[in-house]
Design a protein around this ligand. Structure first.
Ligand code: PEP
Ligand code: MG
Length: 876
C-alpha cells in the first residue's frame, strides 16, 4: 500500500495536528462541525519530512496524490484549474503542528494566469476584481515562493497610483490593474530570469516546495530555538479553495479573537477591511476597522460571526483566534486556533472559563504557560509619573506593561546594546520576522505602522513584551536614524518610555511601579496553591526583596546571601579591617563592630517573614572581593590599622587568586577564620531570639556554603555550634535551629551519605554545581556558550535550564544518599534554576521539599510546580 500524504478536510480532525499541522487539523475540525469553511486538502508533515529525504523535491507518488485531490476539489467546486470559463483558485498556506511566525505563510489566488484571469472576470462579471486578484497573486507568489522582494512590485503600484492621482488601491480601475499586471510580469521576468509560471499545477508545486523549504529558513530555525520547538516536526501545507474578500463593498476580510488577547476581556476583538484580501489586514497597508463596527454595516454577518465564535470557544474550550472572509455578504471561516495572548489575558481567560463552567480549576492551571507569567509581573508606569508627564504621541496598546530605554533603530543595534546591559526600545516603521532577535533583546517595541494583529503586536504579545504599534503620528527614519515625535527629532542618544497598556509614548525615562496582584491573578494563584505540593521560597538578601517576594507569595527564604550586607557603605571599612588584620584581636575588634549591624539585618528580615523559614548562608565569596582598589582607600585603611601602605598592598596581593571561584571561599573561610562564622552565627541566633521575645517563633536555618568534605564541614559546624551554645548560655535559654549545607561541589553530592549524617538540610547550589560539573566558569561561559547553542552542541544554556543528565544525576545521587543517612534531611534548591519551569517540574519529581528563586520568579515556580502536581503527581 502506498503511503497517504494528502488528506481532504473532511478526513481529519483537531487531534491530528502533528500530521496535519495546527491549521489543517482545525480546518478539518471546523469542516466536520458544519462551519462554513472553503473546501480543500492538507499535504502532511510526513510529506515534509520525506521532501527533505528526497533532496527537497516532490516525488512522483505525491504528485499523483495531489493531482487526485485537485480533481476532488474541482468536482466539489465545479470549477477547473486554469479554466477560461470558471477557474478554480486556491490559497496555499503553511501550517506546522505549532504555530510559527517566520515561515512562509500564505499565497492567495493561486491558479490565475493569463487565461484564467479572463475566466474569473467572465464568471464574476467583474474585470476589476479579476485583475486585482491576479496582480496580488503575482506579487505574493514572487515574494513568498520565489523570495523576490515585494518592494519591487509596490513601486510599480505606487507609480500607477501617482499617475492616476489616487491614494487607495481600490481607486484603480480594471485597465489600471491590467497595466499593473503586465508590469508585474515584467518585473518577475527581469529578476527571476524566466516568465511568470502560467501552468497552475506548476504554480502549486512551486508553492508547496516553497512552504516545505521555509521550514528550514533562518527565521524559522531561530523561532524554534527560542521557543523550544522540535526541528524534526516539519510543516504541513494547506491548499484551500479561494473565497474573495475583494469582490466589492459587500466583501471583506478580517482577523478576530473571541476575547481580547491583550486583557482577556470577554468581547469579540479584531479588525476587518472591506473589499480587501487577507494580506491587507496583516500588512497594515490600509487601516482596518474594529470588528464591532461590522454590527452596524452588516448585522447578519456580524451575528453569524459572533455565534460561530461562541460555538468554536465552547468546542475548543478556549479563546479562539479566527480568520474570516465575507464574499458578497456570505461568511467563511478560514482558520481558527487557540489565540496567543498576554499572560494577563491568559490568566483572566482561564479564570473566566472556570466561572463560565467550561473548565475546571486544574484545567485552568494547565492553560497558562508558567514562563509567560513573567509578563504580568513586570512593572507598569507609576501613577505619579503618568500624572507628571504628558504623552507626546499615542499608538495602539498592543502588549501591556511599560518599557523605558534608549531608542534603537535596528534589530542588531537593539541586540548589541542590550548585550551591554543597556535598556533599549526597538523603534521601527514596522517590524518583520527579521526583527525577531532585536525584539527579544529590547525592553519594548514601538512601531509607526501596523495594527493590533501586525507582526510586532502578535510577536510581542507572545513574548510578554511591552509593545505600542501603529503610532501613526511618529515618523521613523531608519536610514537617517531618527524618529520625529511631535515635531522634534530623537536619536539613539535619547530615551523614551512606552506604555503598552494605553499606547502612550513619552519622552525620557519615566518611573515605573510593580504590579498589583489581586483580582483574577489572586484567584488563579489561589488555585495554584491548592494543587501544588512543593514549597516555593525566594532568594532575598534584603528586607526590600523579601517584601517583594512575599507579595508574590513566597513561603520563606531559601537563600539569604550575607555578603551583600558586608558591602554596605557604612560597614565595608570594618569588613576590610577584619580581613587585613594582623591578629585575631584586631579582627575581633572589627567583627564586634559588624555584629550588631548583621544582627539588625537578620532581625528585620525575620520580623518581615514572620514564622516562615529563612535560610541564612554564611559568608561565601573570596575575601579578596571586599578589598579596596583605590589609593585613597588603601591609605585610610593603612592609617587606621597602623600599617604601612606597602604592607596593605602586599596583603591585598597575597589574597589575590588565579582561580578565585575554585579558591579561598565558602566554608574554607570559616576553616581559616572561624571567628567570621562565629560572628555570623551569633548574629543569626541573637536576632532570632529577639524575635522570640516579640512573639515570633523563628527557627533559624544556618547554611554553610561550598562543602566538599564531611570533615571540613564538621570543623566549621563545631565552631558555629560552640558559639551558639555560648549565646544560649549568656541568655539563659535556648531556641531550636537547623544547621545545613549547600551541595555545590560534585564531591559533596557523591559523599552525601557522610555529609547528610551531620546536617539537617541540603540546599542545592546549582550555579556552582553546574560550573563545577561542566568545568565551565559561570562568569566566563557567556563568552562562548552562544557558540555552543548556535552549533547545537548544547540545546540549552545549562546555567539557565538544569542539565538533568549530568548535574541532575548528582542532585539525584545526593538526595538518595543523603536521605539514606538522614531520613529527616530537608531538601531544597537555591541556584538560579529554582525558578525555571522545566527544572522546577524535574526537581519536584526528584523529591525536593522546596525550590527557591528570585522574587519575580516565585509565581512562575509555583505555577510550574502546580502543573506538574496535576499532570504527574509524585509519590508522597
Ligand atoms: C549556587 O552556587 O547555586 C548558589 C546559589 O550560590 P552562589 O550563586 O551565591 O554561588
Ligand atoms: Mg554557590
Amino acid at each position: 500500500m502506498t503511503e497517504k500524504y494528502v488528506y481532504n478536510f473532511n478526513e481529519g480532525d483537531k487531534d491530528m495536528r502533528s500530521l496535519l499541522g495546527g491549521k489543517g487539523a482545525n480546518l478539518a475540525e471546523m469542516t466536520n462541525m458544519g462551519i462554513n469553511v472553503p473546501y480543500g486538502f492538507t499535504v502532511t508533515t510526513e510529506a515534509c519530512a520525506r521532501f527533505y529525504e528526497e533532496d527537497k523535491k516532490l516525488w512522483n507518488d505525491l504528485n499523483d496524490e495531489i493531482t487526485s485531490h485537485i480533481k476532488d476539489l474541482e468536482e466539489h467546486n465545479k470549477k477547473t484549474f486554469g479554466s477560461t470559463e470558471d477557474p478554480l483558485l486556491v490559497s496555499v498556506r503553511s501550517g506546522a503542528p505549532i504555530s510559527m511566525p517566520g515561515m512562509m505563510d500564505t499565497i492567495l489566488n493561486l491558479g490565475l494566469n493569463d487565461d484564467a484571469v479572463i475566466g474569473l472576470s467572465k464568471k464574476t462579471n467583474n474585470e476589476r476584481f479579476a485583475y486585482d486578484s491576479y496582480r496580488r497573486f503575482i506579487q505574493m507568489f514572487a515574494d513568498v515562493a520565489m523570495g523576490i522582494n515585494k518592494n519591487n512590485f509596490e513601486k510599480v503600484l505606487s507609480a500607477k497610483k501617482a499617475e492616476k492621482n489616487v491614494e487607495e488601491d481600490t481607486a484603480l480601475d480594471a485597465n489600471d490593474l491590467k497595466d499593473v499586471v503586465e508590469s508585474y510580469k515584467k518585473v518577475y521576468k527581469e529578476i527571476q530570469g524566466e516568465d511568470f509560471p502560467q501552468d497552475p499545477r506548476d504554480q502549486l508545486d512551486k508553492a508547496i516546495t516553497a512552504v516545505f523549504a521555509s521550514w528550514n529558513n533562518e527565521r524559522a530555525i531561530l523561532y524554534r530555538r527560542l521557543n523550544d520547538i522540535d526541528d524534526s516536526m516539519g510543516t504541513a501545507v494547506n491548499v484551500q479553495s479561494m473565497v474573495f474578500g475583494n469582490m466589492g463593498d459587500n466583501s471583506g476580510t478580517g482577523v478576530a479573537f473571541s476575547r481580547n488577547p491583550a486583557t482577556g476581556e470577554n468581547k469579540l476583538f479584531g479588525e476587518y477591511l472591506m473589499n480587501a484580501q487577507g494580506e491587507d489586514v496583516v500588512a497594515g497597508v490600509r487601516t482596518p476597522k474594529e470588528i464591532a463596527t461590522l454590527k452596524d454595516s452588516m448585522p447578519d454577518v456580524y451575528k453569524q460571526f459572533h455565534d460561530t465564535s461562541e460555538k468554536l470557544e465552547q468546542h475548543y474550550k478556549d479563546m479562539q483566534d479566527m480568520e474570516f472572509t465575507i464574499q458578497e455578504g456570505k461568511l467563511f471561516l478560514l482558520q481558527t486556533r487557540n489565540g496567543k495572548r498576554t499572560a494577563q489575558a491568559a490568566v483572566k481567560v482561564a479564570v473566566d472559563l472556570v466561572h463560565e463552567g467550561l473548565l475546571d480549576e486544574k484545567e485552568a492551571i494547565l492553560r497558562v504557560d508558567a514562563k509567560d507569567l513573567d509578563g504580568i509581573l513586570h512593572p507598569t508606569l507609576s501613577e505619579k509619573s503618568k500624572k507628571e508627564n504628558q504623552p507626546v504621541a499615542k499608538g495602539l496598546a498592543a502588549s501591556p506593561g511599560a518599557a523605558v530605554g534608549y531608542i534603537a533603530f535596528t534589530a542588531k543595534e537593539a541586540k548589541d546594546r542590550a548585550a551591554k546591559g543597556i535598556n533599549v526600545i526597538l523603534v521601527r516603521e514596522e517590524t518583520s520576522p527579521e526583527d525577531l532577535e532585536g525584539m527579544v533583546s529590547a525592553s519594548g517595541i514601538l512601531t509607526a505602522r501596523g495594527g493590533m494583529t501586525s507582526h510586532a503586536a502578535v510577536v510581542a504579545r507572545g513574548m510578554g513584551k511591552c509593545c505600542v504599534s501603529g503610532a501613526h503620528d511618529i515618523y521613523v527614519d531608519e536610514i537617517e536614524r531618527f524618529v520625529r515625535i511631535d515635531g522634534k527629532k530623537y536619536t539613539d542618544k535619547d530615551t523614551i518610555s512606552i506604555d503598552g497598556s494605553t499606547g502612550n509614548i513619552y519622552i525620557g525615562s519615566l518611573e515605573t511601579e510593580n504590579p498589583k496582584l489581586e483580582g483574577d491573578f489572586g484567584e488563579f494563584m489561589g488555585w495554584v496553591d491548592k494543587y501544588r505540593d512543593i514549597k516555593v521560597r525566594t532568594n532575598a538578601d534584603t528586607p526590600h526583596d523579601a517584601k517583594q517576594a512575599l507579595e508574590f507569595g513566597a513561603e520563606g527564604i531559601g537563600l539569604c546571601r550575607t555578603e551583600h550586607m558586608f558591602f554596605k557603605a557604612d560597614r565595608i571599612f570594618q569588613v576590610r579591617k577584619m580581613i587585613l588584620a594582623h591578629n585575631s584581636e584586631t579582627r575581633k575588634e572589627a567583627l564586634d563592630k559588624i555584629l550588631p549591624m548583621q544582627e539588625d539585618d537578620f532581625y528585620q528580615i525575620y520580623s518581615l517573614m514572620g514564622e516562615r523559614p529563612v535560610t541564612v548562608r554564611l559568608l561565601d565569596p573570596p575575601l579578596h572581593e571586599f578589598l579596596p582598589r583605590g589609593q585613597e582607600e588603601i591609605r585610610t585603611l593603612a592609617e587606621d590599622l597602623n600599617m604601612e601602605i606597602s604592607e596593605v598592598k602586599k596583603r591585598i596581593l597575597d589574597l589575590e587568586e588565579v582561580n578565585p571561584m575554585l579558591g579561598f571561599r565558602g566554608l574554607r573561610l570559616g576553616v581559616r577564620y572561624p571567628e567570621i562564622s562565629k560572628m555570623q552565627a551569633r548574629a543569626i541566633i541573637q536576632a532570632a531570639m529577639h524575635c522570640h521575645e516579640d512573639g515570633i517563633k523563628v527557627v533559624p536555618e544556618i547554611m554553610i556554603p561550598l562543602s566538599s568534605d564531611v570533615k571540613e564541614l564538621a570543623y566549621v559546624k563545631s565552631k558555629v555550634r560552640e558559639e551558639i551554645e555560648k549565646v544560649f548560655e549568656e541568655k539563659g535559654k535556648k531556641i531550636d535551629y537547623l544547621l545545613g549545607t549547600m551541595i555545590e561541589i560534585p564531591r559533596a553530592a557523591i559523599t552525601a551519605d557522610e555529609i547528610g549524617e551531620i546536617t539537617d538540610f541540603f540546599s542545592f547550589g546549582t550555579n556552582d554545581l553546574t560550573q563545577m560539573t561542566f568545568g565551565l566558569s559561570r562568569d566566563d561561559a557567556g563568552k562562548f556558550l552562544g557558540l555552543y547553542l548556535d552549533k547545537d552542541i548544547f540545546a540549552k544554556d545549562p546555567f539557565q535550564v538544569l542539565d538533568q543528565k549530568g548535574v541532575g544525576f548528582l542532585v539525584e545521587t545526593a538526595v538518595e544518599r543523603g536521605k539514606k543517612a538522614n531520613p529527616n534531611l530537608h531538601l531544597g534548591i537555591c541556584g538560579e534554576h529554582g525558578g525555571e519551569p522545566t527544572t522546577v517540574k524535574y526537581l519536584y519529581n526528584v523529591g525536593l521539599d522546596y525550590v527557591s528563586c528570585s522574587p519575580y520568579r516565585v509565581p512562575i515556580a509555583k505555577l510550574a510546580a502546580a502543573q506538574e502536581a496535576i499532570e504527574h503527581p509524585r509519590n508522597k
